[in-house]
Design a protein around this ligand. Sequence first.
Ligand code: PGA
Length: 235
Amino acid sequence: MIIAGNFKANHTRASTAEYLSALDSLSDQKKEEDSIVIFPPFTALDNYNLKNIKIGAQNGYPAEKGSYTGEICLEALSEFDIDTILIGHSERRHILKEPQDFIVRKYEFFKRNNFNIFYCVGEPIEIRQKGIESVMNYIDKQLENIDVGYQNLVIAYEPVWAIGTGLTASVEDIEEVHKAIRERVETPILYGGSVNASNAADILNSSFVDGVLVGGASLVAEEFYKIIKASANIS
Ligand code: PGA
């Protein structure tokens, strides 16, 4: 399983360092084959000395470096040995209005640089209400021109209506969509959207689920560790 935490614009440099040190020691008990990835804010990227946790970037501009005010490029990420990135998160698609062709450019750039790419897809509520066929048409558009055969790709299925809302998709809905995505890709498929310590075990035990991408419930190390424990069946 892949258990990933997306801090979004939460945590400072100091609190991230404290968090990572706490979570890293707790995670000594994690299952060998499970991987833990944390996406802290850019200001908290560093060369952390961690045994059990990998650090990724929440975003990146598709260039080595250059005149892209407010963006972070490859050179800056490489300083901290970052080789993992989130692309296509719904907050970037919807709040920051990132269009699919720009997302594809990012994907291509970071793929060329051998990054592990966590590529997010997911439908808004009005699409979900129309049923599975509309959901998959929507997701297919988000997969358009994305090389789904890329070996370092992880897909995160995150229904927009479930992100940060406390509404989680039902296990049946998750399995239905993941099964349909599985017909399109061979890479791991994570579920994201209001995953927490209480619902993690059910979600992680569902078919076609290879892990979770967690926002709100990843912010406190001890809480996030409960999700890691749910994956490892540690009580
Ligand atoms: P959430 O966020 O767990 O707070 O719903 C998930 C995400 O956006 O990755």
